[in-house]
Ligand binder design. Structure first.
Ligand code: NAP
Length: 343
């Protein structure tokens, strides 16, 4: 690969092990001094992905101060926010404060942006000790610097939405985009979403409906979420089951769907998702807590003829699609807003 192409991917920022891309690196160089093709963002807020935040909270037994210390230590040691257990990260918002003369991203100093590349590959330096964060929320007020490469992507933050909402929607915007694409490509009529009352779950239901699916089932963990999802009107059928209990999932959904989208933030949903999917159907594993081995070997063991897709966080147009679904769908706002703004 040409040197400039490797630079565009951020390879020059990898400290160890040499030869891998930034996402797979153990440690990145987060020096705020930028190269000619890089952009520096002055960080305002991080969004830890739901699987990572849940794992950290559980490991720290809900002690917010310990979670804060753990995140700081990860960023200090790795030069990026990548949870070593889940392997996942999140994304951030901030203000562009330096643009190299050869950057192709089209960003301007002073622009408010959300980075649409994962924190797992974004060089990040924190300068405020995360002093404004109590360690109890996925969203983290933060000061520091983040670096974008020539092949990174960022979106201008919309002016009509609170930043916290934009951050939450953009963090999971790959899920509705992947759902819409699969439904459109396969002509699927029935879609089941596991973790349907969460952020990516409710956006995926709305995306499935907009893409033409007509039988939508939302699976949630308990009655309170079921009531909220029914009130939101996004699903034709709401069922309650533990997504990590495959037989309960199969019993709850009754009729396997053409497409199943896994939007839970806990490990162990692979086998239930496969059982919930019709022969010839598709499972989209958006959850970062998904095990490739459990999915592949589980499907083989059940002789299940299903296509299994890794929920790529990037699909062209994903950010605009998700923001538009949020704006246009009262049920999405009703489920998502309380998770983000607390009201
Ligand atoms: P979220 O808003 O926290 O939603 C997750 C939902 O799953 C919640 O409603 C949660 O219920 C529910 N849930 C948890 N355990 C369950 C169980 N055993 N059975 C049924 N439901 C259960 O999370 P999110 O932000 O939408 O993220 C969802 C997943 O996507 C996470 O794994 C996240 O890491 C991943 N993600 C992937 C990408 C990508 O690029 N592929 C990007 C961002 C995020 P409670 O609220 O009651 O716990």
């Amino acid at each position: 690969m040409r040197r400039s192409a490797a630079r565009a991917l951020g390879v020059h920022r990898v400290l160890e092990p040499v030869g891998v891309l930034p996402q797979a690196a153990q440690r990145l160089d987060a020096d705020p001094a930028i190269g000619p093709d890089e952009v520096r963002v002055s960080v305002q807020r991080l969004n830890l992905d739901a699987a990572s935040f849940r794992q950290l909270s559980e490991a720290c037994r809900g002690d917010g101060e310990a979670v804060r210390a753990a995140v700081l230590e990860i960023v200090r040691a790795r030069g990026k926010m990548q949870n070593p257990v889940t392997g996942s990260g999140g994304m951030l918002i901030g203000v562009v404060d330096a643009v190299g003369p050869e950057s192709p991203l089209g960003l301007a100093v002073g622009q408010r942006v959300a980075t649409l590349v994962s924190l797992t590959l974004t060089p990040l330096a924190i300068t405020d000790d995360l002093s404004g964060w109590d360690g109890r929320s996925e969203q983290v007020p933060a000061a520091g610097t983040a670096i974008l490469f020539a092949r990174s992507i960022a979106a201008a933050l919309p002016d009509d939405l609170p930043d916290a909402v934009s951050l939450a929607v953009l963090d999971v915007c790959g899920a509705p985009a992947a759902t819409a694409r699969v439904v459109a490509r396969t002509g699927a009529r029935s879609v089941t979403v596991l973790g349907a009352a969460g952020k990516s779950g409710c956006l995926s239901l709305a995306a499935a409906r907009a893409a033409g699916a007509t039988e939508l089932t939302g699976l949630v963990r308990h009655e309170a979420e079921a009531a909220a999802l029914r009130a939101a009107g996004l699903a034709d059928r709401v069922v309650v089951a533990d997504a990590t209990d495959p037989l309960s999932v199969a019993a709850a959904v009754r009729n396997p769907a053409d497409v199943t989208v896994v939007c839970v933030n806990v490990p162990g949903a692979e086998h239930g998702a496969i059982l919930a999917t019709a022969d010839g159907g598709t499972v989209v594993f958006f959850s970062m807590a998904t095990s490739f081995a459990a999915a592949a070997l589980g499907a083989e063991g059940m002789a299940a003829d299903v296509t299994m897709l890794v929920g790529n966080g990037y699909t062209p147009g994903h950010a605009a699609l998700a923001l538009d679904l949020y704006r246009a769908t009262p049920g999405v706002r009703a489920l998502l807003d309380p998770r983000v703004t607390g009201c």
